[in-house]
Design a protein around this ligand. Structure first.
Ligand code: ZN
Length: 228
């Protein structure tokens, strides 16, 4: 989008706000952000390197394999409910409350050298940046990518879903990790504000599933991890 076009659209939004038309302004703002992201995304897709394509493919595989719970696909069972059809008859239909998958399709994956961290997730830009040095480490699993993917999924999830998945993860992990609640209480005092309880539980879930020591994914991008 050209700068003038962008300015024009911004002015439209400001004038809607001035008229108290907040909903219309919000819709235009979302549209603006979407168009902007889509353009940036297309540009990235055109110009991405072979390694960046591989990184994206790896992220899609991880999404499929390890993040279905955060998409609520692991939990949902279609409920059956009766709905009135257009012709006045009633029919039983299967209703999926949550219907999203493959949220990473619109995300950008970049390999860029970084000064003081090995990965970064910028939710508003749907972008994950990984330091290329992480790729040459030679691990079969990209722990930095997994760490940033948890941030990405958290960014995309509505708040109620986050609370629900936190609860389900706790329910799943409690029998597997002795003293989990005590560890959470300890962690509450030391956790950095970047990392939520959901993040912490999901990273532990991935550690267990990938046969990593507890804390491997959580601390992978943190200089001073709290004790787990
Ligand atoms: Zn992090």
């Amino acid at each position: 989008m050209k700068d003038e076009e962008l300015e024009k659209r911004k002015d439209e939004i400001f004038s809607l706000i001035a008229k108290d038309k907040f909903l219309a302004a919000a819709e235009k703002l979302i549209a603006l952000e979407y168009t902007w992201s889509k353009e940036i995304f297309s540009e990235w897709r055109r110009n991405r390197t072979k390694e960046e394509k591989e990184l994206a493919d790896q992220a899609y595989n991880y999404e499929e394999e390890y993040f279905q719970d955060m998409l609520l696909n692991e939990y949902k069972e279609p409920s059956v409910c009766s709905t009135e059809m257009e012709d006045g008859t009633w029919q039983e239909i299967k209703a999926n409350i949550f219907d999203y998958s493959h949220i990473l399709d619109a995300w950008i994956f970049k390999l860029e050298e970084m000064e003081d961290c090995c990965g970064q997730c910028v939710g508003a830009r749907k972008t994950i940046i990984i330091d290329p040095a992480q790729i040459s480490v030679g691990e079969d699993l990209n722990l930095t990518l997994l760490h940033e993917l948890i941030h990405a999924f958290e960014f995309m999830m509505p708040d109620t879903h986050k609370q629900y998945v936190t609860l389900r993860l706790f329910q799943k992990l409690e029998p597997l990790i002795p003293g989990l609640l005590d560890k959470i209480e300890t962690d509450l005092h030391t956790q950095s504000s970047e990392h939520t309880l959901l993040f912490w539980l999901k990273s532990l879930d991935l550690d267990l599933r990938l046969n990593k020591s507890p804390g491997a994914i959580y601390s992978h991008n943190i200089e001073n991890p709290s004790l787990l």
